[in-house]
Every structure is written in C-alpha cells, then in structure tokens.
Design a protein around this ligand. Sequence first.
Ligand SMILES: [Zn+2]
Length: 189
Amino acid sequence: MSWQIDAAGWCDAAIAVPSPNCDARPDGVEVDLLVVHNISLPAGRFGGDHVLRLFTNRIDPQAAPGYETLAQLRVSAHFFIRRDGSVLQFVPTTARAWHAGVSTWRERSGCNDVSIGIELEGSDLVPYEDIQYDALIRLASALLLRHPVKEAVGHCDIAPLRKTDPGPYFDWQRIYTTLPQLRPEPLAE
Ligand SMILES: [Zn+2]
C-alpha cells in the first residue's frame, strides 16, 4: 500500500510526535522542496530517544556532553527516519518546521518557508540502511502526491558553508533513479 499524506499534512505511515517547534508558512508559498538531513544523538549513536527529545524540547541537559546547548535549541523537522525504517513525524507538512536554518536555494533564502525537512538517523561517517532508503522513497512518493514538490536536495546544498549532511554516504542516485522528477536541474551559472 502506498503511503498517504492527509489534508492536515500528516502521513498515515508515520508515528505522530507533535512538536511545538513550528509555525505557519508564509501566505502564498508552495511546498516545492525536500531537504534531506542526517542526525544522531549523541553524535554517531543510533537508537534511543534523544532526537525525539530534541525536536520536542525535552533534552536532558545533563544526559551527554554538549547537551546544555542543545537543550536551548528550538528545532524540528517534519520527518525522522530511523535505522529500522520506521518514520516519526513532528510537524504537519502544511506547517513550517525549523530544520534548515540560514539557507538559500535558487536565490530564495529561508528554505524552511517552502520545504519539507526529512532527517535520516545517521551520520556523515557511515552508510545508511537499505530500509531507510525504502522509507524515504515511499515518503517522498506520498509527498509528491500532496504537494507540488520539484526537487530533493541536501542540507549541504542549501547551507554549504555550515552543513555537510546528509554526507558522502548518502546515495542520491537511489532517490533520483526511482523518482527522477526530484533530481535538481543544474544551477544556472
Ligand atoms: Zn541538517
């Protein structure tokens, strides 16, 4: 069965974990961009609930070194795809999640306005799981039916001076071969 995004912007195959870290998209914008990220907390460690806690403002500042800073962040993504292929959803796709930060794509800044943020549980240092690609493709297929999405890019593409995710192990061809409509056109010179 293919996955569906309902009228309110929630995916039927995802576990809903609503986050307060979102707001309304500007009037009149179209959701036309998918932004792929990676995240793991602590860095390089998979499983556990620290990412879920980060996106819902429940990080224990004492749980690991550096978490005092993390506990003050107010961030989110629409989706988080775990190593086992399960999908969590924090923000409905109709709303603006806070994943991109300072960013620019095709001369538009503030990519949160127009994008859907998808975090893969992972790091720049290890390959992703096959089942994560499967989930990402199913999710992207559902998003294409619900929003006028035109391209999928990495956080590294929209914030190249700050970000490297999803990193060198992310195999874009697996996405673009299955969903060629998401392959970005070359940037104009
Ligand atoms: Zn990122």
